[in-house]
Structure formats: C-alpha cells, structure tokens
Design a protein around this ligand. Structure first.
Ligand code: SF4
Ligand code: FES
Length: 248
C-alpha cells in the first residue's frame, strides 16, 4: 500500500502545532499502525528530519500507553488500541489524519504525546485498598459472588488509555474513574475505603479539569476494553451513598 498521512507536529507544549503531510510507500497490510509510524520515522531520520514522537510500550493492547486520534476517532476505525490496529483497515491510497488525544486535561507534550498524569492522580486519590495483601491467600477463603467477581474483573480490564476522554464531547474521564471505583468497590477488600474512594476520586477528576458526564456514550463506544456505560451509574450510586453516609 502507498498512503498519505497527515500528522500533528508540535515541538513542545508551547508550540502552536500544525498538521504536516507525509507519503509512506510499501506499507504492508499486516503492519500495525505503530509499525507504519516506525517506517515513517525511519524515513524521516534518514532524511535528517526529526522523527514523530508517539507513546507506546507493550504493543499488545495491555499497557494503555499508545493512543492517537485517527481520522477523528480515538484509536481509529476498529474498537481496539492503536497498537492492535492494522493497516489492513485502510485502503491503498488512503489519506489518514493522525492527532494526539484532544482534551484540556491531557496537555500535549510533543507531537502525538500527551501528559496523562491526570489519570494517575485520580488513582492516587483513592484507587487502592488498605488491606494487607501478604502472600497469595487460598482462593476460596473469602467468598465473592460470581456476578460481583465478573463485574469487578470487567472493570479491572481498563488499561487507562484515555480514549474515553478523547472521544467524549465533554472531555469527561468518568468511564475511567468509574471503572477504577467499580473494580475495587465490588470486592470485600475494597469496602473499608469505599466511601472515601469515590468522593476522593470524583473530586480529583473534577479538579483535573475533566468535564462532567451527560450520558452521551461516546466513551464506551471508543473503549478498547468494552467498559460499559452502566459502570458510570454504579459510580453515581456509590457517590450518593457516600454522601448520604456523611463522608463528604
Ligand atoms: S475506560 Fe476504556 S477507554 Fe477509558 S481509559 Fe479505561 S480502557 Fe481506556
Ligand atoms: S502499546 Fe500498550 S496498549 Fe498499545
């Protein structure tokens, strides 16, 4: 395939930034999107130009580090992570726009790399348990209803990629926050901090400049891990409960 990519180039946080057009030839359909960017970067480096900065780590869809907006869609046309998107999803001759996550809470550091430290600070505000974990206990010592275990596991699949924020017209981080609250709040070990957790994490979410949730649902459509929208309803129920308990 021969393609054209229009990539957001921005030298640093203060630079205005602009889209720059590049041609990439002999792209294999089996390449991942990031491998295509590797090829483009090799091309740029050999020509003496600055390679495009982009984030990645595992390239297996598990770390959450990668993530760009491709043709206006967070992580691109398939519901998966950018590293798991393959070039076979595009036509030969395609013109592909590549931009960083766009959100006030994710300032651009350089090119396609944004600072997602705001998500880390939401976790620091309550995404933990105080129960001493010690060595691995016998699995059935602490019975957990299967339905709760399944929902907790579903929420724990959130990789913190931030696509939900990038996709949301409000720039809300509620799906991420709700996933973190749910995966701990459904398990016995998560109960001691259940109220302070939801209050602390929601306060931090708002403090970081994320928008509020108005149930649009773009977040869940873009989520590569299929975190459902009703996870946010659970967060709201937990928050109301915590406020009623007088933990505000
Ligand atoms: S909820 Fe989904 S889209 Fe949002 S950070 Fe977690 S995995 Fe990414
Ligand atoms: S590089 Fe780890 S999820 Fe994409």
């Amino acid at each position: 395939m021969n393609i054209t990519v229009r990539v957001w180039r921005q030298k640093n946080a203060d630079d205005k930034g602009k889209m720059v057009t590049y041609g990439v030839e002999n792209v294999s359909q089996d390449m991942s999107f990031l491998e295509m960017l590797d090829v483009l970067n090799e091309q740029l480096t050999l020509a003496g130009d600055e390679p495009i900065a982009f984030d990645h780590d595992c390239r297996e869809g598990i770390c959450g580090a990668c993530g760009v907006v491709i043709n206006g869609i967070a992580h691109g046309p398939q519901v998966t992570t950018t590293c798991q998107l393959h070039m076979r999803s595009f036509e030969d001759g395609a013109v592909i726009d590549v931009e960083p996550w766009r959100s006030g809470a994710f300032p651009v550091i350089k090119d396609l790399v944004v600072d997602r430290g705001s998500l880390d600070r939401i976790i620091q505000a309550g995404g933990y348990i105080s129960a001493p974990t010690g060595s691995a206990p016998e699995a059935n010592n602490l019975p957990v209803p299967k339905v709760d275990a399944d929902h907790a596991f579903e929420s724990a699949a959130c990789i913190g990629c931030g696509a939900c924020v990038a996709a949301c017209p409000n720039g809300s981080g509620m799906l991420f926050t709700a996933a973190k609250i749910t995966h701990l709040g459904l398990l016995p070990q998560g109960q001691p901090e259940r109220d302070s957790r939801v209050i602390g994490m929601v306060e931090q979410h708002d403090h970081e400049g994320f928008g509020g949730c108005t149930n649009i649902g773009e977040c869940t459509s873009a989520c590569p891990k299929g975190i459902p929208l009703d996870t946010i309803s659970r967060l709201n129920r937990d928050l109301l409960g915590a406020l009623a308990h007088g933990d505000a």
